[in-house]
Structure formats: structure tokens, C-alpha cells
Design a protein around this ligand. Structure first.
Ligand code: GLC
Length: 741
């Protein structure tokens, strides 16, 4: 009875505090505004918690949850992967799935596909949809999105991120963050920071100059925190300048919590904590996934052996540590709990809804990038009566595998399914395997259930495909990478830029057999295309999740006019990439220095004057767009002024289409080296045939600044600048010069 009274007293006290209406002028109850309310609740809870209770809430109690304070009615915190959909329920302390039958969900397109839409509204739709699914599954923290910069085309996790440009990643992550959190679910933006390769991710010690850090690798995280209002952030596995990032003095204390004013919780990556001392002092707030050595490495339920558990509690009791760091950690964890698990205003969410499937399909179709379309091979012409679909990726499930973003979906429409459904009875669709890639199909106990076994030889498979190609009006090869190790998969990197499984030979053979060939690449990374001149039409179709086949068919049959643009550069060869210059060993077990500095992606290709296979920002349409001259409202601006640029964009084709109008800024005279141009704004405009729209950009000093380590800080230098407006980074249509006074 006594315990009950204590709990009841605790809950009622907390509720009283949190629900006491402030007397308002007109007599009606006006509740404390959420923020003040939460801060008051934190103070109250903290004042009641014992040392034991404080220690308990700053580390995991199960694979994906951390403790609350039962005595005070404060619930535990439940986290879930991942960036593209809500991970299947796992056993309390295992990675293996729990075998529930009510946790199948919608897989949304991978974040490279979202980035490729260049559509901020779709990012909001994405965040709303995935946030509703997390909420419905009763999860408090969504372990995503990821915004690590695409430094090398071999990074196994690039498919989870938003490309090579910090501005595009920043713009596309903010709406996602805002909308997820509107569901009372926290995002956990990851992997902060400098986790740009997978092979030795637990030991790679990254070093780079401050300009690259501030101008390239941090901006997307900063936008997620300052513009998105992220409630938690995940520390990455790697080291920065010799110190693990999960408790890195400079990144966590000086920059994230200091310069940026982050008020949320820093959560370690699973197994990212290796010591107590720095974890106490350098701002780690919540420890997850530690392989405990309290019993044996990887012992189950060894949670009290966590570095922020017994060792920390003993350190406090022995006087080695004070309690101010502990209270600060608890404040941030309590703030996370009050914003989520104890948020009284959150909606109820939804799962597997029509709206979510429609969102997945819309985002997928808008993310597809039409790389090439000679002779208008696409969309499917009216006269086409027989389509041959070739390739393992036409049938292979892609929502299973790839690491922690692997999902258990309610359904996944394969490319072949989608094309068949759309073709209907008027067009015959024939399938040929073409090649054998990875016949597996399970991850963490979730199985695709597909039997992809194949007894025929590669030669037989190619012969079959070639013969059928000769009898078809249109051939669609669907290949690319997959979610297996050393493909697009966490924990590993690719071994080369080439397509695996000898797909190049299949494509060459098909090109010789039928000129009406489309190559559709399912991948999250750039690949080499030695056959690029022999293939008239190429689509980059990403990993599109549950509605993949429908989204692809929407574009292939022209129901949707493609409007995607590449969020990263496709190099012609690996050594064109800045991370693969002679003498630079990749992957690195220990030290990796980002010697290219700020010259990442198109910045590097511009600087070295290297022609890419396909450029950042490139993407075609089934219609065409013309640009008028860029007009400025004035020829100069001062530090706190702006310049407005207007450009008329016209749809000169015969069908409606959307164009991503891109604004790059060039600093014509600077005291430090700067890229030839940098993306500083973009707008997606939908135009009917013949329609024109004036697109206006407001250019402020922020778009002109660079980071000067000597200050240290951001600055815009007076002098000549140029605004470049175009349809791609290598397709600038108009320019206008102005000066900063
Ligand atoms: C993994 C990943 C991280 C994921 C976490 C939980 O190792 O690095 O992205 O959210 O552990 O699965």
C-alpha cells in the first residue's frame, strides 16, 4: 500500500505540475506553454529521483529501450530503426526478430531517393508518414534520418543518406525532422559525424581541415538541429582526431551543444561507447548497444555493466565524479521522454494506410532520375505490344537486408509486378533472369521467402535473354546493386565501382540484340557504365520500398513525368573520385585524412575539370524546359542586405512536367580557395505545356559565406560574385554577376 501511495503521489505531483493551468486574463485555463511546462517538469522529476534512478535512465535496459522511473510514473523510452520504415520487433535483448504478426509496415523509399526528388514538400510528407507509423507502433525515438555526406561511391550506407551536397542534405532533412516530431516521436539524426565509410567503422580515426568539417560534413546536422529542432542525435562509431565521436569533446561539447545550442539527447550508436570517463565528461547522454564485459563480451542482459551504469555509479559514490554531469544527462533524457513518451498532445499515428502507400509511391516516382533518353525510347510508345524484362533486380525483394534499415513489409511490389500490372492485357510482358546475383534473402530473421535459386549457366541465361530480346518491342534491363554484403549494406563497403555479377556483359548483349533498350538501375550508389554509349535510355531508380514496382511503372509508362535530379555525382571511373586519388588507401583500418578538404563531389570535378559520367543535379524529363536571362533587382548588396534574382522558366514541350531550378553561387575573388560554384538554393516548379513561371531567389549574405578557421567563423568577403542558374550542375543556363559591398 505504501508503495502504491508513493507512486500515486509521484504521478499526481507530476501531473499537477504539468497540468496546472496558469490563471489567464479572461479567467479560462491557459496551460503552461509546452516548453516551460517541460522544463518545470524536469526540475520537479530531477528533484525527486535517487542516484540509482538517475543512473538507470541514461543507458539501455534492452536492445532498443531505456528505463523510465516507475516510482514517479515516468515511462521507459522505446527506440526503433530506421530511416525508411519501422523495424520489426526484436526480442528483449537480441537482434533476432520477436516473430510478432502485427509489425509489418510500409517501406518508404531510401533517403537517396527522397533527396533525388529535390522537393521539400515531399520530405515533409515522408516525415509525416513514417512518423505516423512509428507512433502507431508505440515508438518514441526513430533512429534516423541519416545525413552523412557521400564522400566515396563505395560507402555501403550511402543509400541511407542524402548525397554529396551539404545544402541539399540540409534542406531535405529539415521537413522530415519537423513532421516526424509532430507525431510526438523524436528523430535521432545520424551518424554524427564523419562516418563516411563502413569497413572499419568502429576504429577508423578521421581527420580533416576545419573548412571541410564546417562547410561540408556538419551543415546537414546543423540544419536538422537548428532548423529542424531534432530532439536527439546519434553519435557515430568512428573516431575524430583520436577520440570516439560518441563522446568527442569538440564535436559533442564544443560544436553540437556549445555553438549550436542543441538541447536534445546524444544517443550512442549501438556499441559506440568504449569507456566511462570521456562518456561522463563529453556529453554522451544515453548509452545503447554496448557489448558488456561485465560478464562476457556480448553478454545478454549485462546492462548494469554498461560504461554509464555500474562503473559510473561507483565513480560517483567514490567521489571520482560529481553529479553535475549526471544531472545534465538526466535533464536531456527527461526532456526527450517528456517530448515523446509523456507528451500529452501526440496523435495516435497510423500504419499500412492507403495514404502511406500513396506517399511511398509518389516519393518513389518523383525520386526516379531519367539519366538518358535518346530516341524517346521512354515512355513506352503506343505501338509496343511486347516488353521483355531482364534482370534479378526485377524480382528480388530489396526491403530485406542492408543492415539496420532492413524491414518486414506488409507488401513489396517488385519492378516486374509493377510493370505487369500497368501493362495490363494489351501488352505482353515476358521475363528473363539474365544473371544470378545474390540468391539469399533474409536479415535478422526476416526472410524474403523468395527462392532465387538458379541452375542454368551465365551463358544460358544471356542466350535466353538475347533470344527473347530479338522478339520484343522494348527491353527493360533491371539490375544494379542489392542489399547484400559489399553492395549497398551497412558494415561493409563496395569493392569496386563496377556493376557486380557480370551485368555489363548482359547489358552489352541486350544492346546488340535490340536498340530499344532501357537500363534501370536499382542502387543507392553510383556505378560504372562502360556500355553507356550503347544504351539509349537509363533510369536511376534507387531502393523505392513497398511501392517500388508501381513507382517505376508510373515513370516507364509515362503516367508520371520523371523530375528527379542526382543528389551525387556519377564518376566515369573510381579514380576520378576525390576519395580515391593515388596514394589514398581506401578503406582505412585506422587513420583516414580527408585530403580533398572541401572539394567533395561536384566541387572536386569542377576544381579538377573532370567530366563526370552524370553530374550532380542532372535529371531529364519527358518534356523540355527553357530558361530566360537571370535578372537581378540590384547589382550590389551589403552584408545584411539581399539580392533578388528572377528567371523565367518555360515548358517548351508537349506535356506537363516539373523542373528543379538550381541556384549556384560562385565567389569570384576570395582570400581562401573556394569551389567554382556551390548549390545555395533550388525550387521545383510544375509547368503545363507552354507555360512559363518567374522563379525568384532571394540571395542573402549567408549564401556567400565560407568558414574561415582564422576567425574562427563564417564570413562573406566583399567583391565579385556570380549567380549561376541551371537544370544541373553541368547544365548552367544563365548567369548574373553582383558585388558584395
Ligand atoms: C547500427 C547502426 C545504426 C542503428 C543502430 C541500431 O549499428 O549503425 O544506424 O540505428 O545500430 O540498430
Amino acid at each position: 500500500m505504501k508503495k502504491f501511495l508513493r507512486v500515486f503521489a509521484g504521478i499526481s505531483a507530476l501531473c499537477v505540475l504539468s497540468c496546472t493551468p496558469k490563471p489567464s486574463g479572461n479567467g479560462g485555463p491557459v496551460y503552461l506553454d509546452t516548453h516551460a511546462d517541460i522544463e518545470a517538469r524536469i526540475d520537479d522529476a530531477l528533484s525527486r529521483m535517487t542516484l540509482e534512478e538517475k543512473i538507470k535512465i541514461i543507458h539501455a535496459q534492452s536492445k532498443f529501450s531505456s528505463a523510465g522511473v516507475p516510482r514517479l510514473g515516468i515511462p521507459e523510452l522505446w527506440t526503433t530503426d530506421g530511416p525508411h520504415g519501422i523495424r520489426t520487433e526484436v526480442l528483449w535483448d537480441e537482434w533476432e526478430q520477436a516473430g510478432w504478426t502485427n509489425d509489418s509496415i510500409v517501406a518508404f523509399p531510401a533517403l537517396t531517393a527522397l533527396a533525388a526528388t529535390w522537393d521539400r514538400d515531399l520530405s515533409a510528407l515522408y516525415g509525416k508518414s513514417i512518423g505516423e507509423e512509428a507512433r502507431y507502433r508505440e515508438k518514441d525515438v526513430l533512429l534516423g534520418p541519416g545525413v552523412n555526406i557521400y564522400r566515396t561511391p563505395l560507402n555501403g550506407r550511402n543509400f541511407e543518406y542524402m548525397g554529396e551536397d551539404p545544402y541539399l542534405s540540409g534542406q531535405m532533412v529539415v521537413p522530415y525532422v519537423q513532421q516526424v516530431q509532430k507525431n510526438g516521436v523524436a528523430v535521432c539524426v545520424k551518424h554524427f559525424a564523419l562516418n563516411n565509410e563502413e569497413t572499419f567503422r568502429h576504429t577508423t580515426d578521421v581527420d580533416l581541415d576545419d573548412r571541410a568539417l564546417y562547410e561540408i560534413y556538419l551543415p546537414a546536422f546543423k540544419a536538422a538541429v537548428q532548423q529542424g529542432g531534432a530532439w536527439s542525435i546519434m553519435g557515430s562509431y568512428n573516431l575524430y582526431r583520436g577520440q570516439h565521436v560518441c563522446y568527442n569533446q569538440r564535436l559533442i561539447m564544443d560544436i553540437l551543444k556549445g555553438e549550436w545550442g542543441f538541447d536534445g539527447a546524444v544517443i550512442s550508436d549501438w556499441g559506440g561507447v568504449h569507456e566511462t570517463d570521456a562518456a561522463v565528461k563529453n556529453g554522451l547522454d544515453l548509452e545503447f548497444g554496448t557489448w558488456t564485459d561485465g560478464l562476457t563480451m556480448g553478454a545478454t542482459n549485462g546492462y548494469d555493466a554498461y560504461f554509464l551504469a555500474k562503473p559510473y555509479r561507483d565513480g560517483i559514490l567514490s567521489g571520482k565524479y560529481g553529479t553535475e554531469e549526471l544531472d545534465e544527462k538526466c535533464r536531456r533524457v527527461l526532456r526527450l521522454i517528456f517530448r515523446t513518451a509523456m507528451n500529452p498532445d501526440k496523435p495516435f499515428g497510423a500504419i499500412n494506410s492507403e495514404a502511406h502507400y500513396a506517399a511511398a509511391r509518389k516519393i518513389g516516382a518523383e525520386g526516379i532520375v531519367l539519366l538518358k533518353n535518346d530516341n524517346q525510347v521512354l515512355p513506352v510508345a503506343p505501338g509496343v505490344k511486347r516488353i521483355l524484362v531482364v534482370g534479378e533486380n526485377a524480382v528480388k525483394m530489396m526491403t530485406v537486408g542492408g543492415g539496420s534499415s532492413s524491414l518486414k513489409v506488409q507488401h513489396e511490389i517488385s519492378p516486374l509486378d509493377g510493370i505487369r500490372a500497368r501493362a495490363g492485357k494489351d501488352i505482353e510482358v515476358v521475363y528473363a533472369r539474365g544473371y544470378v546475383g545474390d540468391t539469399g534473402g533474409s536479415y535478422n530473421g526476416v526472410s524474403s521467402g523468395q527462392d532465387l535459386s538458379e541452375s542454368r549457366t551465365p551463358e544460358q541465361l544471356i542466350a535466353e535473354a538475347v533470344e527473347l530480346a530479338g522478339q520484343s518491342d522494348l527491353v527493360i534491363f533491371i539490375g544494379g546493386l542489392n542489399k547484400s554484403n559489399n553492395q549497398d549494406c551497412e558494415g561493409t563497403d563496395r569493392r569496386s565501382l563496377d556493376l557486380p555479377y557480370d551485368q555489363d556483359a548482359v547489358i552489352e548483349a541486350l544492346a546488340a540484340a535490340n536498340p530499344n533498350l532501357v537500363v534501370s538501375l536499382v542502387s543507392g550508389n553510383a556505378v560504372a557504365m562502360p556500355w553507356v554509349d550503347k544504351v539509349p535510355a537509363i533510369l536511376q531508380t534507387w531502393y523505392l520500398g513497398s511501392e517500388a514496382g508501381n513507382a517505376l511503372a508510373d515513370v516507364v509508362f509515362g503516367d508520371v513525368n520523371p523530375s528527379g535530379k542526382l543528389p551525387f555525382t556519377f564518376p566515369k571511373q573510381l579514380t576520378d573520385s576525390p576519395a580515391h586519388q593515388p596514394g589514398m588507401t581506401f578503406p582505412n583500418r585506422h587513420k583516414v585524412v580527408y585530403e580533398e578538404g572541401i572539394f567533395v563531389g561536384y566541387r572536386w570535378f569542377d576544381e579538377k575539370d573532370i567530366e563526370p559520367l552524370f553530374a550532380f543535379g542532372h535529371g531529364l524529363s519527358y518534356t523540355q524546359f527553357s530558361y530566360g536571362e537571370a535578372k537581378l533587382d540590384k547589382s550590389s548588396m551589403n552584408e545584411n542586405g539581399t539580392v533578388r534574382l528572377t528567371v523565367k522558366v518555360t515548358n517548351t514541350g508537349d506535356r506537363e512536367g516539373a523542373e528543379v531550378v538550381q541556384l549556384y553561387i560562385a565567389d569570384k575573388e576570395s582570400s581562401l580557395p573556394r569551389p567554382e560554384k556551390e548549390l545555395k538554393d533550388f525550387q521545383k516548379v510544375l509547368l503545363a505545356p507552354g507555360q512559363s513561371k518567374d522563379v525568384t531567389f532571394t540571395i542573402g549574405a549567408d549564401a556567400l559565406k565560407f568558414y574561415d578557421p582564422a576567425l574562427p567563423g563564417w564570413k562573406a568577403e566583399k567583391g565579385e560574385f556570380e549567380a549561376l542558374v541551371g537544370s544541373a550542375s553541368d547544365d548552367i543556363r544563365t548567369r548574373a554577376a553582383f558585388t558584395l559591398k
